[in-house]
Design a protein around this ligand. Structure first.
Ligand SMILES: Nc1ncnc2c1ncn2[C@@H]1O[C@H](COP(=O)(O)OP(=O)(O)O)[C@@H](O)[C@H]1O
Ligand SMILES: [Mg+2]
Length: 238
């Protein structure tokens, strides 16, 4: 198994306000890894920093062995790393198809747009049915699937998801995670996702990290963390 993403001693924030401190984590090819943490601890900032939207103030981020800590976001997409932002962030007044096509905008994926579109429609038949519909008219679950599909249009090797279960009913969460599982199995994609509730992640994630106030405080297998009394108290959302 090769190390696809490695973050070492990484700090980042906004202007003079530090948010993340000395972050260390890794994701191997083929893994699904979760980062669990309460609201406001820095999960979105973490994903945005890895994606190159925010520059780290210290430390190292390597993707497939290459440093990307000072690479601009669009070049990072070109290297095979895609982010599904919180809530999906689709363009509501564009159709499903137009949203998907935008996902392939990068030079590295643009010429394969048609092929990738066919592959993605096979994975998400519901999007094929809804392709001429405005993205803003999709249900919450469909919107999340469309956002995942749009990220897949860039043909990523690492897919990062910001709270994919947020705002969805338990049944929809299950469906979105089933989709993710088939994406991992069929498209050779590795996944790093962040979630607020620990019970949303372990069934899909082999490993997880717990983040508190911008620091990684625990790590283990999904099952280990599920059974950890501290974690249960803090993150079971019960
Ligand atoms: N654009 C921004 N400018 C300044 N501070 C921000 C910005 N976005 C988030 N923050 C702050 O960074 C901290 C972490 O936020 P965030 O990464 O969104 O946490 P999470 O995703 O875990 O809820 C919070 O204190 C938040 O207020
Ligand atoms: Mg967030």
């Amino acid at each position: 198994m090769s190390r696809l993403l490695e973050v070492l001693g990484m700090s980042a924030g906004y202007g003079l306000a530090p948010v993340l401190h000395d972050i260390g984590l890794y994701v191997d090819s083929g893994e699904v890894v979760a980062v669990i943490g309460a609201n406001g601890v820095g999960k979105t900032t973490l994903l945005r920093t890895i994606a190159g939207i925010i520059q780290p103030s210290a430390g190292r981020i390597a993707f497939d062995g290459r440093p990307i800590g000072s690479t601009p976001a669009h070049d990072i997409v070109g290297q095979g790393l895609a982010l599904v932002p919180e809530g999906g962030r689709l363009f509501p007044f564009m159709t499903v198809l137009e949203n998907l096509e935008l996902g392939a905008f990068n030079p590295s994926s643009r010429e394969k747009t048609r092929t990738t579109l066919d592959e993605v429609m096979m994975l998400f038949p519901i999007l094929a049915e809804r392709k001429t519909q405005l993205a803003g008219s999709l249900s919450g679950g469909e919107r999340q699937m469309c956002a995942i599909a749009r990220a897949l249009m860039s043909r990523p090797r690492l897919l990062m998801l910001d709270e994919p279960s947020a705002g969805l009913s338990p049944v929809m969460v299950e469906r979105v995670f089933d989709m993710l599982r088939s994406v991992v199995a069929s498209r050779n994609v590795t996944v790093l996702l962040v979630e607020q509730h620990v019970e949303d992640a372990p069934e899909i994630a082999q490993r997880a990290y717990v983040i508190e106030r911008g620091r990684i405080v625990k790590t283990g297998s999904g099952a280990e963390l599920m059974n950890d009394p501290d974690v249960q108290r803090a993150y079971m959302g019960l």
